[in-house]
Design a protein around this ligand. Structure first.
Ligand SMILES: *Cc1c(COP(=O)(O)O)cnc(C)c1O
Length: 355
């Protein structure tokens, strides 16, 4: 039995793997594979329409918000956002809380000015800054809702009158939020919504059309809206896997229902870490991520032994990111509570042996 704690690409629901494999052989009893149908056929249009409708329903979006499925991963959004929202002479405010906070700042500087409203670099990105100021004349405020590598998560939405832009790649649809508060949300699919190769963008159409620069068509959100995410051949299979995963999420009871289970998983793991002195969580308690749990060991020499035990017991993807070390356990929507229970038992056994 394998327990998959990978940080991304990561575990998806079993039924999604089964349905996706079936669709490769015979899509909806057409005798055709999902991999060989035209993207402008009614067959694929129905998939795309359902995926968009499910996002709107699960996020309870109002009619100003459009849903797009684009290429290039979240990393393309790091520059597509300022390209569309920031004029050369304007300033956008950014929050820097880790690797995924720093990269979009670097890209935005290619298109305008950046004001880093706050950074947690001083303590190795182990906390989320509070009481920072967002200047009222900022073109927008950008932040990362969940810092996948460092294991911190924003448990509040910053108060501001400027348009909010968020990279939600690693916690989108994992908890209830007022998604309509955001002018733009983006998320690479490979953590909570599907297979790698597609990027979900939710954009309030009222913020578009302000920049004066010329945009290549593929970079222009308005062109994608006009063309229904089909300016060119979209990543058909990746969108299909998203649609199946979104269907699964709806069947589970939607975002509020999955949030309850996500809370249970995170509480079980953090309670265990807090109660066993062998393990040492690395980030401030108030800012702990419910998606990516990062910890090291009191005695670093034991880390290898624990890693080997995990490997032997079928625990996949628990090694920490190379920039942080230690361990990172990802608890995305599709990870069953049972996998966390099994891991916690293993930790308790290990601690008894090495106390
Ligand atoms: C994984 C991740 C990214 C990078 O996504 P790509 O699709 O590889 O470009 C960006 N931001 C966050 C928060 C992530 O977790």
């Amino acid at each position: 039995m394998i327990h998959n704690f990978n940080a991304g690409p990561s575990i998806l629901p079993r039924q999604v793997f089964e349905q996706a494999s079936q669709a490769i052989l015979d899509f909806n009893q057409t005798g055709l594979s999902i991999l060989e149908i035209g993207h402008r056929t009614p067959l694929f249009q129905a998939v795309l329409d359902e995926a968009i409708a499910l996002v709107k329903e699960l996020m309870q979006l109002d009619s100003d918000h459009e849903v797009l499925f684009l290429h290039g991963g979240a990393t393309t959004q790091f520059f597509q956002v300022p390209m569309n929202l920031l004029n050369d002479n304007e300033t956008a405010a950014y929050l820097d809380c880790g690797v995924w906070g720093t990269k979009p700042i670097k890209e935005a500087k290619l298109f305008g000015h950046v004001n880093v409203a706050a950074s947690s670099k001083d303590r190795g990105y182990t906390y989320i800054p509070r009481d920072f100021e967002i200047p009222a004349d900022s073109a927008y405020f950008h932040y990362t809702t969940n810092n996948t590598i460092e294991g911190t998560q924003m448990h509040f939405v910053p108060e501001t009158t400027v348009p909010l832009v968020a990279d939600m790649s690693s916690d989108v649809l994992s908890r209830v939020m007022d998604f309509n508060r955001f002018s733009l949300i983006y998320a690479g699919a490979q953590k909570n919504i599907g297979a790698a190769g597609v990027n979900m963008v939710v954009v309030n159409k009222n913020i578009l059309g302000r920049v004066t620069r010329q945009l290549p068509s593929m970079m222009d959100y308005r062109k994608h809206i006009e063309n229904g995410s089909m300016l060119n051949t979209p990543p058909v299979f990746a969108i299909y896997v998203c649609m199946l995963t979104l269907r699964w999420l709806k069947e589970q009871g939607g975002v509020a229902a999955i949030e309850k289970i996500n809370n249970q998983k995170a509480a079980l793991l953090y309670d265990t870490l807090d109660s066993i002195p062998v393990f040492k969580p690395t980030v401030d308690k108030a800012d702990r991520s419910k998606m990516n749990v990062v910890f090291v060991m009191e005695n670093p020499e034991l880390e290898k032994a624990f890693l080997e035990l995990c490997k032997k017991e079928g625990m996949v993807g628990v090694k920490g990111h190379r920039s942080v070390g230690g361990f990172r356990v990802s608890l995305y929507n599709a990870l069953p509570l049972g996998s966390v229970k099994t891991l916690v038992e293993l930790m308790q056994h290990f601690a008894l042996k090495h106390a």
